[in-house]
Design a binder for this molecule. Structure first.
Ligand SMILES: O=c1[nH]c(=O)n([C@H]2C[C@H](O)[C@@H](COP(=O)(O)O)O2)cc1CO
Length: 134
């Protein structure tokens, strides 16, 4: 199974270490196409168009999109929208921080499987229940 993991970069990188942990867990279920999202170092060798075209090609190639949507990100929202149009299975994970929740455009979309969680242990349990190990 090919997994497109989506998480904030320019929207804010405060959760990058958590993304790395989630990606490490997801590798038990398939190939993660976007390991760079768990890495704080940004590759400045690619143009914005190259990043966009590469990532949309990866979304197309993927069997499932798993998005961590706690940090609001235009790119993550855009990828989710494109993946919906491509009829991909999409799981969104979000944490409630300071009483804030995620967008109604995510939580209210019936094409998405959204799960609230608090920590890595709970995310691991969500993966176990909803994904098949390879
Ligand atoms: O350098 C990048 N590399 C990259 O792969 N992306 C993609 C993957 C992420 O899931 C998403 C993050 O969007 P944003 O940067 O708007 O937070 O966009 C986004 C950027 C920068 O916008």
């Amino acid at each position: 199974m090919k997994i497109y993991f989506s998480g904030s970069i320019r929207g804010g990188q405060q959760d990058t270490d958590l993304y790395a942990d989630l990606i490490r867990e997801l590798k038990q279920y398939g190939t993660v196409l976007t390991e760079h999202i768990g890495c704080k170092t940004i590759d400045h060798t690619l143009t914005d168009q190259e990043i966009h075209d590469r990532d949309i090609a990866w979304v197309k190639e993927s069997d499932i999109v798993i998005a961590e949507v706690t940090v609001p990100s235009l790119g993550v929202g855009y990828e989710i929208g494109r993946a919906i149009d491509m009829k991909k299975r999409i799981i969104c994970l979000y944490r409630s921080l300071n009483g804030k929740t995620s967008s109604a455009m995510i939580l209210g979309c019936k094409d998405l499987q959204c799960f609230q969680y608090s920590n890595l242990k709970e995310a691991i349990a969500i993966f176990k229940t909803n994904l098949k190990a390879k």
